[in-house]
Ligand binder design. Structure first.
Ligand code: PGA
Length: 266
C-alpha cells in the first residue's frame, strides 16, 4: 500500500526531563533538517517536557506525542492528564497501551479502548501498541492475543480517516534492556496478521503498522524491508539525537526503495 513517508519515532519513557528533552530535540531538529520533509519523525517525551518541547518545535516537522492519557476530559482523577490538556499544548499523537502500561500499571484492553475512542473524538492520533508476552508466546496464543488487543482496543471505532490511527506491534519479550530482538520472519508474519485484522475493520483505510522492540542500527534495515512494516518505534537506540539521526538516514533510502518497488507492482 502506498505511503508517503517513512514513519519513525521514539518513546523517551521516564528518562529525559525538560532540559534534556529540549536539548535532544534541538539537536535532532538540526541534524535532520535536510531530510525532515522526506520522513515523518515523532518523539514522545515525558508529560512535564511537552509544553516546552511543543514551543521549541512549533511548526517544525517533528511531531510530538504523549505517553498516555486519561479517557475523560476532566474530573476527579488525581494524577491523570486529559486529552483536552494535551490538545492545549498542541500535541498530535498519543501512545495508548504501551506494554509497560499494560504490564506494570495493569491497564486492560477495555481501558485502552476507552482511551482510543476519547483520543479520536478529540482529534488526537492514537498510537495503539499491541504485543504478546513470553508466556503467551509459549502457550502458542500469539495471534489470539493480538486479535483480542485489536478487537477490544478498536471496538466502536468508526469513520476513521487516513492517518488518524497508528498501530505498533511490540512483542513484550523484545522490549528493553532485557529484550531479545525478534526474528524478521516472525515480525513479517505478525504484521501480516495485524494487517489482515485492520483490513477487515477498516477496508478503505491504510493504517500504518510500526514495529518496535530492541530496534537498533544493526537490525533496523531487516525490519523496514518487510512487507506491512510501515515504520519503526524505537526506545534506547534513539535516545541520543546523533544515533537516532543515523538510524533514520540508514533506513530512509531502503524504505524509499521498498515504496518504489511496491508502486511498480501496483
Ligand atoms: P526498546 O523500547 O527499543 O528500548 O526495546 C521499545 C519500546 O518500548 O517501545
Amino acid at each position: 500500500m502506498m505511503r508517503n513517508k517513512l514513519l519513525i519515532g521514539t518513546n523517551l519513557k521516564m528518562y529525559k526531563g525538560v532540559s534534556d528533552t529540549c536539548q535532544y530535540l534541538e539537536s535532532l531538529k538540526a541534524l535532520t533538517a535536510d531530510i525532515v520533509d522526506q520522513v515523518s519523525i515523532f518523539v514522545i517525551p515525558s508529560y512535564v517536557a511537552l509544553d516546552q518541547a511543543s514551543k521549541l518545535l512549533q511548526s517544525q516537522a517533528i511531531m510530538l506525542g504523549a505517553q498516555n492519557m486519561h479517557h475523560e476530559q476532566a474530573g476527579q482523577y488525581t494524577g491523570e492528564i486529559s486529552p483536552v490538556m494535551l490538545k492545549e499544548l498542541g500535541i498530535k499523537v498519543v501512545e495508548i497501551g504501551h506494554s509497560e502500561r499494560r504490564q506494570i500499571f495493569n491497564e486492560t484492553d477495555e481501558e485502552e479502548n476507552a482511551k482510543i475512542l476519547s483520543a479520536l473524538s478529540h482529534g488526537l492520533t492514537p498510537l495503539l501498541c499491541v504485543g504478546e508476552t513470553t508466556q503467551q508466546k509459549s502457550f502458542g496464543i500469539v495471534d489470539e492475543v493480538l486479535s483480542t488487543q485489536l478487537k477490544i482496543g478498536l471496538h466502536g471505532v468508526s469513520e476513521l480517516s487516513s492517518n488518524q490511527l497508528w498501530v505498533a506491534y511490540e512483542p513484550v519479550w523484545a522490549i528493553g534492556v532485557n529484550g531479545t530482538p525478534a526474528e524478521p520472519n516472525y515480525v513479517k508474519e505478525r504484521h501480516a496478521f495485524i494487517r489482515s485484522i485492520l483490513n477487515r475493520f477498516f477496508p478503505n483505510i491504510d493504517i500504518p503498522i510500526l514495529y518496535g522492540g530492541s530496534v537498533n542500527q544493526e537490525n533496523a534495515i531487516d525490519f523496514i524491508t518487510l512487507p506491512n512494516v510501515d515504520g519503526l518505534f524505537i526506545g534506547r537506540s534513539a535516545w541520543e539525537a546523533e544515533k537516532f539521526d543515523q538510524l533514520i538516514r540508514k533506513t530512509l533510502p531502503i524504505w524509499q526503495e521498498k515504496e518504489k518497488n511496491d508502486a511498480e507492482v501496483r
